[in-house]
Design a protein around this ligand. Structure first.
Ligand SMILES: Cc1cc2nc3c(=O)[nH]c(=O)nc-3n(C[C@H](O)[C@H](O)[C@H](O)COP(=O)(O)O)c2cc1C
Length: 179
C-alpha cells in the first residue's frame, strides 16, 4: 500500500493527522489529503500541504479540479483511505450513504479499502443510534482502528479517544491489528 488518501474530519484530534502524514511520508508513502469544512477550523492547509507535498482539497466547489471530475479521480487513486480523525458525523454519513460534501461524496464513490479512526466524546461514541451505524459499516466491510479509552479534551473519561498516530501507523503497516 503505497498511496494513502487521508480524510481529515472536524474533530479536536485533527492536529494528530499532521503527525500521521509525517509518519506516512517517512515510510515512503505517497499521501494526498482532503479535509472537511469543520476540519479546516482545526488545521491549516499550509501545514497539510507542506507535510504531504500535495495540494489539500476541501470542497467540491473547485472548478479546475472538477472540470475533470477531480473527486472521482481522487476516489480511484489510493490503495487505502484512512479517515482520521473520523467524527461521529462523517461515520454516520457514510453508514447512511450520504454525499453532502467532498469527503462524503468521495467515500461514496470509491471502491477502495476505507479505515476509520474514530474520535469523539464518550457519550457520542456510546450513543445507541451511532453504534448502529458502526455495526452497519462493520458488516459492510469497513474497518475501524480504535477508538481507545482515556481522558478527553472535554474533561470526561471513557471510550472515544483517537488511537495515537504511531499506533495507527503500526496497525496499518506493521501488524494485522485492525478491529
Ligand atoms: C471544539 C470542537 C471539538 C469537536 N470535536 C469533535 C470530535 O472530537 N468528534 C466529533 O465527532 N465531533 C466533534 N466536534 C463536532 C464536529 O465538528 C461537528 O459534528 C461537525 O459537523 C463535523 O463535521 P465533519 O464530519 O464534516 O467534519 C467538535 C466541535 C467543536 C466545536
Amino acid at each position: 500500500m503505497d498511496k494513502i488518501l487521508l480524510v481529515i474530519s472536524g474533530g479536536i484530534a485533527a492536529y494528530k493527522s499532521l503527525e500521521l502524514i509525517r509518519l506516512f511520508k517517512k515510510a515512503g508513502k505517497q499521501v494526498k489529503c482532503i479535509a472537511t469544512e469543520s476540519a479546516m477550523t482545526f488545521i491549516t492547509s499550509a501545514s497539510v500541504e507542506y507535510l504531504s507535498g500535495n495540494p489539500l482539497r476541501t470542497s467540491l466547489e473547485d472548478r479546475e479540479q472538477e472540470m475533470k471530475m477531480g473527486h472521482i479521480e481522487l476516489a480511484r487513486w489510493p490503495d487505502l483511505i484512512l479517515v482520521a480523525p473520523a467524527t461521529a458525523n462523517i461515520i454516520s454519513s457514510v453508514a447512511n450513504g450520504l454525499a453532502a460534501d467532498l469527503a462524503q461524496t468521495l467515500l461514496m464513490a470509491t471502491t477502495k479499502q476505507i479505515v476509520f479512526a474514530p474520535s469523539m466524546n464518550v457519550r457520542m461514541w456510546e450513543n445507541k443510534l451511532f453504534q448502529k451505524n458502526i455495526d452497519t459499516l462493520i458488516s459492510n466491510g469497513f474497518e475501524f482502528l480504535g477508538p481507545t479509552e482515556g481522558e478527553m479534551a472535554c474533561g470526561e473519561f471513557g471510550m472515544g479517544r483517537m488511537m495515537e498516530p504511531q499506533q495507527i501507523f503500526q496497525s496499518l503497516f506493521q501488524s494485522s491489528n485492525k478491529c
